[in-house]
Design a protein around this ligand. Structure first.
Ligand code: AGP
Length: 610
């Protein structure tokens, strides 16, 4: 989730572009750069690290050109470095891009075979070379970009300039955000509204499959494929800059709950083969040989990531037929863990910097395990320490409470389980296709599930004074119960406990009385009859039952005091649907209590101490 900006007009563009990048810093900042047309040349200052490093370059050599583009990077392909920083240049062309080009490897191979030399590891540089190849034949910049994008598959918000056409910049959009602004004698482009607010409030939002030529005070929109002209009315945006960074949501956490469909789409993008029956090896961080030889999978993580690994464990056993165990990273190293050749250790971490997980990973590696990092931050400590890397592409997660990274981890773990199962021959193509097809449908199912927001607001209000919550689940829903309880306690400070429903009769059922809300996670799956009887046991003890159930479950309606319905999905994928109402319930309870939802007390986003 990078940030791109563009400007064409009468003022020096460097300060405008830099300020725009500062406004987009929440979208990621492992490196940044500008490309400014000045005196018939392209000036391309770039710096790795925070924007302040780019600031120093601009202070040392001020730029005065009035046309340019800028980029702040959240790496997806290619580690954070100066040569991987955008803009990427080919001849007179400079390009910035936010998104993922799915067929980047095939296009790179084709261009290399034509004699093109690449200077970066990024997918973006391919666009620069494709546009350059067209303008070398005399094609104008807009047509060259149109032709280049006809070859590209995947998500992009892209802006290009050419030193040979200094009066314009050309932008295009598919599946990544891009907003345009216009003022007297000026035109602007950016990934998001905050970058434009100080210059204009009249904004034009490009749709997927559209491109635009921006000149001083003029914006011409066309369809990428057909070239057909598009008329688009500007919208007036009255948000404050901070409101804009949160996309109009009250808190980053709520924004990130609603970003989950996109985070999953981006995590899956380019990783399922064309036949839909397998996972692409290039993207999984694990060779086919190692996957075929896996004898046991050991999943290490903390907190929410640990809950994701409990789902991962079920999926690896169910889909790959491999013994799997999940361990709290903070406990793993204090045993004498037995690690054998053939063990695949998967370290799961949003930040890639959690000290307990990093320490456990090193311990497992020292004992001979092959280690895969499943992380959200490219080149993080856990990523660098592992033998291979499977990245979630959820973008920066600002809220301390993890939401979109949790479900992005579930998506990546599902891909991993299918990949191992296909290579071990324990998962046939038909079943793999069914799971992968259902997985590709999950973003749509989650969009439908987000509609329960109103119901969860009402629930939050009804149970606002409850002092203890119990969350119950079986099978995959046990992990969801744990995660739902963690969400509530970490942002609302209300005590909540996730429990395996089958364990209730072994003690905890003594807790239940008519003050106790009991959240029962009970999608229509193979454990349904059992969890239904657990619900009845809790009800018999006057528990206040809140059921998270599948659409159309009439049975539970007569038993539970409150029911939140979620769409029906494949059994292996139910956590994607059932976790959403629990995230929203926790959010609304905390918001109504007035706690600091995005930065809850005593917590840090990344726990780098043991
Ligand atoms: C979850 O909402 C918390 N922020 C916390 O439990 C977090 O999941 C845990 O600290 C692990 O962080 P990581 O995924 O970055 O390793």
């Amino acid at each position: 989730m990078c940030g791109i900006v563009g400007y064409v007009g009468s003022r020096p563009c460097a300060p405008i572009l830099f300020d725009g990048l500062v406004r987009l810093e929440y979208r990621g900042y492992d490196s940044a750069g500008l490309a400014v047309i000045e005196g018939g040349q392209l000036r391309v200052p770039r710096a790795v690290g925070k924007l302040s490093n780019l600031r120093r370059l601009l202070d040392a050599e001020p730029l005065v050109g009035a046309t340019g583009i800028g980029h702040t990077r959240w790496a997806t392909h290619g580690r954070p470095s100066e040569q991987n920083a955008h803009p990427h240049v080919a001849g007179p062309i400079a390009v910035v891009h936010n998104g993922i080009i799915e067929n980047h490897l095939a296009l790179r191979r084709e261009l290399v075979a034509q004699g093109v030399t690449f200077s970066s590891e990024t997918d973006t540089e391919i666009v620069a070379h494709l546009v350059h190849a067209a303008v070398k034949k005399g094609t104008d910049l807009a047509t060259a970009l149109r032709q280049a994008l006809a070859r590209v598959e995947g998500a992009y918000a892209v802006a290009v300039v050419s030193r040979d056409e200094p009066d314009r910049l050309v932008v295009a959009k598919n599946a990544s955000p891009l907003v345009l602004g216009r003022a007297e004698g000026e035109a602007f482009a950016a990934s998001d509204i905050p970058a434009l607010l100080s210059h204009t409030r009249e904004m034009l939002f490009l749709e997927d499959g559209e491109m635009a030529v921006l000149r001083a005070g003029a914006i011409d929109i066309t369809r990428i494929a057909s070239g057909e002209k598009v008329e688009r009315k500007p919208r007036r945006i009255d948000w404050s800059p901070m409101q804009a960074e949160k996309g109009g949501y009250k808190h980053f956490m709520l924004k990130e709950i609603h970003e989950q469909p996109r985070a999953i789409e981006d995590t899956l993008r380019g990783r399922i083969d064309r036949e839909g029956a397998d996972v692409v090896e290039d993207e999984i961080g694990l060779s086919a040989a190692v996957a075929a030889g896996v004898q046991r999978v050991l999943l290490l993580a903390c907190g929410t990531s640990h809950h994701a690994t409990i789902v991962g464990r079920y999926l690896v056993e169910r889909l790959a037929g491999v013994p799997a165990v999940t361990e709290l990273a903070s406990e793993f190293r204090y045993r004498e863990p037995v690690v054998k050749p053939g063990d695949l250790v998967v370290a799961v971490s949003q930040s890639g910097e959690t000290a307990d997980t990093l320490a456990a990973l090193k311990e497992a590696k020292a004992r001979g395990a092959h280690v895969l990092a499943l992380v959200n931050v490219i080149d993080s400590a856990i990523a660098r320490t592992a033998d291979g890397r499977l990245y979630t592409h959820a973008g920066p997660e600002i809220g301390v409470a993890s939401t979109k990274c949790f479900t992005a981890q579930l998506a990546a773990l599902t891909l991993l389980a299918v990949y191992i199962g296909r290579r071990r021959g324990t998962l046939d193509a038909a079943r793999a296709s069914k799971i992968l097809a259902a997985l590709l449908e999950i973003p749509s199912r989650m969009r439908e599930t987000l509609a329960v927001d109103k119901d969860t607001q009402a629930l939050a209000k009804k149970f606002l004074d409850a002092r203890d919550f119990l969350y119950l689940g079986r099978g995959l829903s046990f992990a969801v119960a744990l995660e739902g309880a963690l969400k509530l306690k970490e942002i609302s400070y209300v005590h909540a406990e996730g429990y395996a429903a089958g364990e209730m009769k072994h003690g905890p059922i003594a807790l239940i009385d008519n003050h106790m809300p009991v959240v029962v996670v009970m999608p229509r799956d193979s454990t349904y009859e059992k969890i239904l009887s657990n619900l009845q046991e809790a009800k018999a003890r006057e528990g206040r039952i809140i059921a998270i159930a599948t659409h159309g479950d009439e049975e539970v309606r007569h038993l539970a005091g409150d029911v939140i319905e979620v769409p029906a999905v494949e059994e292996e994928l139910t956590p994607f649907a059932t976790i959403v109402p629990l995230q929203l319930l926790a959010y609304h309870v905390a918001d109504m209590k007035g706690t600091d939802v995005d930065q809850p007390r005593n917590l840090a986003k990344t726990v780098t101490v043991e």
